[in-house]
Every structure is written in structure tokens, then in C-alpha cells.
Ligand binder design. Structure first.
Ligand code: GCV
Length: 650
């Protein structure tokens, strides 16, 4: 099995010491923290021997003391490092492991042992990755090969899953959902004895790295695997079926964290079929997992996906709030509602979901998508971490002490961008999303310039030119992608179904509630109070700003308002001129990034160079399509020329 170690590919240190001494209680010798340290030290100091609790401490030794200090929080750590001795303490084995990874990271970046003190605990309690892996080995919206969790219906636990757990723990992930929220095929049987042994084994492996295992159950399992004729959450037979199912599941898999559920959404079964609501459905499952400390994470991605485009009143953006806000306060304590970052569906630009901060009596989690479904499918570089940071830092203006999104949630999840290809993420550069996501959730104040450089150095080595080029590419990539694709928050100008490449009217006459309403007079969707009323779902301050065409931020203008092409943005340009400029400039940026990457030939290894170069070639072809199709589309509709007279095809 050949796969990259990504940022855990430790390089040799500039140090000649002959002995690494690891001192700890006997019980910690079996811990992942100890093992990680051992593995890393062997790679960093290949000539040294690694010993446990040795007495021989001299000038030729480096001593690392590991301990558990219960007065620290469970996932907290402290590090006191010097040139000869380092002491790492955790509030539990998980905290200790995070401390060890932090020590290793700083040592790797410095190229040798250094003196520093650190104390940290995660900003977010729940830091999850959701895999959309199907039991047959395919991945919904997967751009990195096949699943490494499933093959032909079988659940895999092997070297690759061990490496996965190490990588995830190293950036602080503490919960992983292994299967698709659309539960298909054999995945419906995950609840049965068929998967008992492999789930137990995977659960144990994850547990060793501080990661809870989650699965997506089929809401209709009482029918699909239980043989009942109903999945009604208020039916006693159904309730008992789930209770028994969970009792046996949790007794077999002690490290099971619970369930993630997509119900009544895009064809998935749910409580609506029985005239029940989402609180009925979620609470029924929550009561079945509660005796085992389990959680039910219930998704709010519920909307009418059989809409008529002629219907101008129904607004998909409203649906999450409309469905769930009236249920605030009705969910059990162990239910968490998982809310996508925006009201539509992981577009390159959307407003923050209005449920954050609004549901004051319900636990919420934010959901992002590292899999770049709408952001270039891991062929285009699009570093999403700055966007995630902005959204988590967004002030909801709801009446609360700290109104930032990050403080209104008890966790964050992201759809994973991994698969079984050599580099895990299709493009080697897409791993920066995985790394940055985890690090940001652990420390939401992380400096993004440093983060980009740190990832580049850990991944590609110490060459300054490589680090600076790669971090420049990452940092500018989201803006460039937004510029050459969909303007001003409009969304949905991609090709239907697979969502790659431009098609300005691809979703215009469809059933998904995804319309831009472009015509010769103007563009955008009126979601102000005079339109669909969506803007009123925000706290009053934002409702006023978003609802007012003159105060709405430029980058969301067309999400909230319908305007003529000659409408002036707050920055002074007309909408149409902005569209032309952004598309030409975005493409030029992509060209600049490709050239920067090309300048690294010979400075990164040949395979990596080829992997990224091929994707840049594709990115440029596709970006040119976006530029020319979108510019031409709007030129034809508006009849207004580009002031700079650049080439637009007619
Ligand atoms: C897993 C979008 C994607 C679907 C995905 C869905 C969801 O609609 O295109 O593939 O289904 O989101 O988040 O449930």
C-alpha cells in the first residue's frame, strides 16, 4: 500500500545526539503519544536510539518526559521545551497526544530541538470530518479516488486507516463519520451484526487517537433491516427496535460517538412521511443512544427539491430556518443540529446561515465542505480555510455575550476531501484544506499567513522559494476562483449534476430552487422584505443591512437583490463592469499561480510537481471557459460593452 505521509513525513534534524530518552509511567508506554514520539524521533534522528526511562542522561541525550495531569482539561496540553529536556503533559491521553504533535511540529519546523513553552486546548469541543463514502467504495462528491474505508461492501481497517487516524489526530480531529449521509446499499447494514467486528476494530483504532467513530444510519432501518412495516418515530415498535439496535451496537463498539442523520432531504427517508417533525425524529433516536452517552447529529439541510422554477415565491434559502426555527427548544440534550455554513449549498460565496445565534435553546454545529464540489473539485486550487475562519468569526448580532458563529456552536464538521489516491486529496495542494481546517478548529485565532507557510514547509521542505510560492498561491486562491466563476454571491452557474465548469442557465429551469433570474433588465434574486423575505431571518441589524440595497455588502449583492446591470456597487463600479473586471482578473491570477508553480520545477519532487502542474493546466482551461462564457452571457443579455474593450465573444 503506497500513500503519502503528508505533513507527517518527518525529515532528519540537524542534531547529532545519540540517545532519545522517553520517560513516562509504564501505562503510557502503550499510548499513541508514546508511539508517535518514537516513530518521529526515529525518522528525525535515524542514528540515535530511542529508550524508555533510561538512567543514562548525558550530553549525548535528549530527554522527553510525558505525563497526565488531571487538573488540565481532557484535551489540553502543556509543553516546556528546552535544548536538552522537554516535558509534555496532557489532561488525558488525547491531550498528551496533541501536545506531542505540537512538540514534533515545532521541532520539525525549526529543524532541531528548541526552547519554548506552550499551553493550549481546543477552541471547538467537537471537531469532525464527515466522509461521504459509500459501502461499494465510491465517494459521493469524491475527487481523490475511491474510499479507503469501504471496498465492495467491506469495511477496511489497515495501514492506511492507521495513517489516516494519525494524520487526523495530528491536527486535532476528534470525531469521524465514516459513511455517506445518503445511506445506500450495504451501508444500511452498518447497524447489523454484519459489520460488528470491523466497526469494533475501527472504533478501537480511532479511540487510540482520541477520535470518536460516528456512522450515518438509515432512518428507515426498522423497515430496511428490521423487517417492520414502519419507521414512524412515535410508533412503540419502532422506538423499541432502535433501543435494542443501539444497545447491541454500543455494547459492541464502545468508542461509538453516535449518529449523523440526513432526513427528509433529497430523497432520504425521515419523519415527514408519518406526519411527524424533525424534533420527533431526532429525539426518538437520541433517546435510544442516550444510555450510552451517544449523540444524534441531525442535519438542517432540508428544502423542497422538487420546486417549479415558475414559482417566484418559494425560496430555498429560507428553508433551513423555516423548517427548524419553530422547533427551537424541542430537541433533547444529546441532539445537535448540523447547519451548513450558508443557506444554499457550499457555494463559493453565501451569507452565513441565519440559524446561527437564532436558535438559543438548541445545540448547533456548523458544517463546511472541504471536498471542493462547487469550488473546483480539487483540480482548481481553492484554499477554503480563510473563508471558514471568516464565517466562524462572523458576528451574528444576536443578543448574546459573544455573538460570533464559533461561540454559538458546540462543534464544527466538514465534508472530507480525501480518498485512496497516493496523496489523499487528488491535488497535493488540496491537503492544505484538510490540515488548515483541523488546525483552525483547534485554535480559532490561528494566523493564516503562518498556517499556509507552516503547511507548505511541513509538506514540501525548507526551501524558502517553495514555501513562499505555495503560500502565495493558497492565500489568493479563493478570491481568484470566486472572481473567474460566479459574481457577487449569485451562485449556481455551474453545470448541473456534477457541478464542474460554467453553465449560467444550467440550474435556471430546474427543480432545485437555484435560480439567478438573469434577463436583459437585470440580475439577482430579491430576498429583501419586498421579495422572498429571506433577509428578515437575520438578527435586526443584519436584516436591515442585507435588506437594504444600498447597505448590502457588494460580495453578496446579487444573493439579496435584483439590480440592473448599471447599478453602482459601493466600490463605485457598475455591476456589469465588475463582472468583466473580476473575470479577466481572476483568470490572470490563476495564470500567475500556475507560473509560480512552474517556477518550482526541480525544487519539489518530480511526482508532486507533475501532480500539481497537470491540475493547473486543467484549472487554466476551465477558468478560461468560465471567464469567456460568463462574460459573453452577461454581454449578450445586457448589451453593455466592457469599458476596457477586452475580448468578449459574441
Ligand atoms: C450527500 C449537495 C450535494 C449532494 C449531497 C448534499 C448533502 O446537494 O450535491 O451530493 O449529498 O449536498 O449535503 O446532503
Amino acid at each position: 500500500m503506497v500513500f503519502s505521509k503528508l505533513w507527517l513525513n518527518y525529515k532528519k534534524l540537524d542534531d547529532t545526539r545519540k540517545r532519545i530518552l522517553i520517560s513516562c509511567e509504564h501505562s503510557l508506554k502503550e499510548s499513541a503519544a508514546f508511539e508517535e514520539l518514537q516513530t518521529a524521533m526515529k525518522a528525525m534522528l535515524p542514528e540515535a536510539i530511542v529508550l524508555w526511562k533510561s538512567e543514562v542522561f548525558d550530553d549525548d541525550s535528549y530527554l522527553i518526559v510525558l505525563g497526565i495531569h488531571p487538573e488540565l482539561d481532557r484535551e489540553e496540553y502543556t509543553i516546556a521545551a528546552s535544548l536538552n529536556i522537554t516535558e509534555i503533559c496532557g489532561g488525558s491521553e488525547a491531550g498528551l497526544l496533541y501536545g506531542v504533535f505540537e512538540f514534533l511540529k515545532r521541532t520539525a519546523l525549526a529543524g532541531g530541538f528548541i526552547g519554548f513553552n506552550a499551553q493550549a486546548k481546543p477552541s471547538q469541543p467537537l471537531r469532525m470530518l464527515d466522509h461521504w463514502d459509500n459501502a461499494d467504495g465510491s465517494i459521493e462528491r469524491g475527487y481523490s479516488g475511491k474510499s479507503f474505508f469501504f471496498k465492495d461492501g467491506e469495511l477496511l481497517v489497515n495501514e492506511r486507516t492507521v495513517m489516516y487516524a494519525r494524520l487526523m489526530a495530528s491536527v486535532g480531529i476528534n470525531g469521524v463519520v465514516i459513511n455517506n449521509v445518503n445511506v445506500r446499499g450495504s451501508a444500511k447494514r452498518l447497524l447489523t451484526k454484519d459489520y460488528a467486528d470491523s466497526l469494533e476494530e475501527l472504533g478501537e483504532l480511532f479511540g487510540r487517537y482520541g477520535i470518536k467513530l460516528f456512522i450515518c444510519p438509515d432512518f428507515a432501518a426498522p423497515i430496511s433491516v428490521g423487517g417492520l412495516d414502519s419507521a414512524d418515530p412515535l410508533d412503540e415498535r419502532v422506538i423499541n427496535w432502535w433501543k435494542e439496535c443501539c444497545a447491541s451496537l454500543f455494547s459492541r463498539i464502545p468508542n461509538l460517538g453516535g449518529f449523523l442523520v440526513k432526513a427528509d432531504s433529497e430523497g432520504q427517508p425521515g419523519p415527514f412521511a408519518y406526519g411527524r417533525d424533525h424534533a420527533d425524529g431526532a429525539n426518538m433516536l437520541a433517546r435510544a443512544v442516550a444510555p450510552f452517552g451517544g449523540l444524534v447529529i441531525w442535519r438542517c439541510f432540508v428544502y423542497n427539491c422538487a420546486q417549479d422554477w415558475r414559482d417566484l415565491k418559494t425560496d430555498r434559502a429560507r428553508s433551513g430556518y423555516d423548517n427548524f426555527m419553530p422547533l427551537d427548544g424541542r430537541f433533547d440534550d444529546n441532539v445537535i443540529l448540523q447547519v451548513k455554513n450558508g443557506p444554499m449549498d457550499f457555494q463559493v460565496r453565501e451569507p452565513v446561515h441565519p440559524l446561527f445565534g437564532a436558535m438559543k435553546h438548541t445545540k448547533l454545529m456548523a458544517e463546511f465542505q472541504l471536498a471542493q464540489e462547487y469550488t473546483g473539485q480539487q483540480k482548481h486550487v481553492c484554499w477554503l480555510v480563510p473563508m471558514i475562519k471568516d464565517i466562524l468569526g462572523f458576528h451574528t448580532k444576536h443578543d448574546m455575550q459573544d455573538d460570533r458563529v464559533s461561540r454559538t456552536v458546540c462543534g464544527v464538521a466538514a465534508v472530507a476531501n480525501t480518498g485512496d489516491d497516493f496523496c489523499w486529496t487528488g491535488s497535493e495542494l488540496a491537503a492544505a484544506n484538510l490540515y488548515g481546517y483541523g488546525r483552525l478548529l483547534f485554535n480559532e485565532d490561528t494566523d493564516l499567513d503562518e498556517l499556509a507557510e507552516e503547511w507548505a514547509q511541513l509538506t514540501f521542505g525548507d526551501d524558502e522559494q517553495v514555501i513562499s510560492a505555495v503560500s502565495e498561491i493558497l492565500k489568493g486562491s479563493h478570491k481568484a476562483y470566486e472572481d473567474y466563476t460566479v459574481p457577487l454571491g449569485l451562485g449556481w452557474m455551474c453545470k448541473p449534476n456534477h457541478h464542474y465548469g460554467p453553465d449560467p442557465w444550467g440550474y435556471e429551469f430546474d427543480r432545485w430552487g437555484t435560480y439567478n433570474r438573469a434577463d436583459r433588465n437585470g440580475i439577482g434574486v430579491d430576498r429583501s422584505p419586498a421579495g422572498t423575505g429571506y433577509s428578515a431571518q437575520y438578527a435586526p441589524e443584519w436584516a436591515e443591512v442585507y435588506g437594504d440595497i444600498d447597505r448590502c455588502p457588494d460580495d453578496l449583492l446579487l444573493f439579496f437583490h435584483r439590480v440592473p446591470y448599471t447599478h453602482k456597487l459601493r466600490g463605485g463600479k457598475t455591476v456589469i463592469q465588475h463582472i468583466y473586471d473580476a473575470h479577466f482578473e481572476g483568470y490572470e491570477q490563476a495564470e500567475h499561480f500556475a507560473a509560480l508553480w512552474a517556477s518550482l520545477k526541480g525544487r519539489v519532487d518530480e511526482r508532486t510537481f507533475k501532480n500539481v502542474s497537470e491540475r493547473f493546466e486543467e484549472q487554466l482551461n476551465c477558468a478560461k471557459e468560465w471567464r469567456d462564457i460568463i462574460n459573453t452571457f452577461f454581454h449578450r443579455l445586457s448589451g453593455i460593452d466592457d469599458k476596457q474593450g477586452r475580448k468578449i465573444y459574441n
